[in-house]
Design a protein around this ligand. Structure first.
Ligand SMILES: C[S@@+](CC[C@H](N)C(=O)[O-])C[C@H]1O[C@@H](n2cnc3c(N)ncnc32)[C@H](O)[C@@H]1O
Length: 267
């Protein structure tokens, strides 16, 4: 098992999406009916979405950011589990539309927003969540291998650049005591992920795992990232005189919570 197998499996899944996902269809997962739009990752062709969605420790009454929401199953589920505020982001326009369609279908548009964004770029500095999660595109491809279509982003991360940015930027979008999770698998490059985690002064632990016999054997892993021993999450305050600029500052938690930047079109 490993990176080679991961690449083969992801290529096969991408091909299946390209060939068989030309029309909208519906599928059943977690006892509910969902819409799937063309060009969006199919949550019913691998167990990954269902496993992570049922394992996440949703912050009841709190806020949840789903990175890369795809069809929106996890984001909608979070809203149904009692999250007060859910934000779903995806780099793919089709995924954002699909997430909104499923939010409407399940009656959670009052507390779920979906936006197109390359990772955290659409967020205002200082916008924080109790839990941030990404079921990531954990198959690493060479740096030179561009993701040619939006759908490629669902599977491949060239040189783990998106993973690097996720680990670097997510901490600034967590409430004090907020949790940062990553949905990963044995098809990913664990050595590289560990290096990126250490580079950011973080450490990772396994919250839950499950092995499934697909065409290849895959272990699905829900990982939690925390500041490495002896450190805390970076404390960020916003310099309101320079809009959009972020000045790392030590602040008491109450002051941190009230730091409310004005970020133009940002969320
Ligand atoms: C493995 S799919 C998971 C989809 C969905 N969450 C699920 O579980 O069915 C990964 C998702 O991350 C999105 N993604 C990849 N790179 C991204 C980026 N840089 N910014 C935002 N979303 C990204 C993809 O478009 C895709 O929808």
């Amino acid at each position: 098992m490993g990176e080679e197998t991961g690449l083969g499996r992801a290529r096969e899944l991408l091909r299946r999406h390209q060939e068989e996902s030309r029309q909208a269809r519906s599928f059943t997962l977690l006892g509910r009916e969902w819409e799937l739009h063309p060009g969006v990752f199919s949550p019913d062709w691998t167990p990954v979405t269902e496993l992570f969605t049922s394992w996440i420790p949703y912050p009841h009454g709190g806020s949840f950011l789903e990175m890369g929401s795809g069809a929106g199953v996890t984001a909608v589920w979070a809203a149904l589990q009692g999250c007060r505020e859910v934000l779903a982001l995806d780099i793919a326009r089709a995924a954002v539309d699909n997430t909104l369609a499923n939010a409407r279908r399940h009656g959670v548009t009052d507390r779920l927003k979906a936006l197109r964004s390359d990772l955290f770029t659409v967020l205002a500095p200082g916008k924080v969540f109790d839990l941030v999660f990404w079921n990531s595109n954990f198959v690493e491809t060479p740096a030179a291998a561009d993701n040619e279509t939006e759908l490629h982003h669902a599977f491949f991360d060239p040189a783990y650049e998106a993973h690097r940015r996720y680990l670097e930027q997510a901490p600034a979008h967590l409430t004090p005591g907020g949790r940062l999770l990553l949905g990963f698998s044995s098809l990913g490059n664990h050595r590289h992920l560990r290096e990126l985690v250490e580079d950011q002064g973080l450490e990772m632990s396994l919250l839950r795992k499950e092995v499934r016999q697909l065409p290849v054997t895959v272990e699905f892993q829900l990982l939690e990232l925390r500041p490495a021993r002896g450190r805390g999450w970076p404390e960020i305050a916003v310099d309101k005189h320079r809009l959009g600029a972020v000045t790392p500052t030590r602040l008491p938690p109450a002051a941190q919570r009230s730091a409310d930047p004005s970020g133009g079109p940002h969320v």
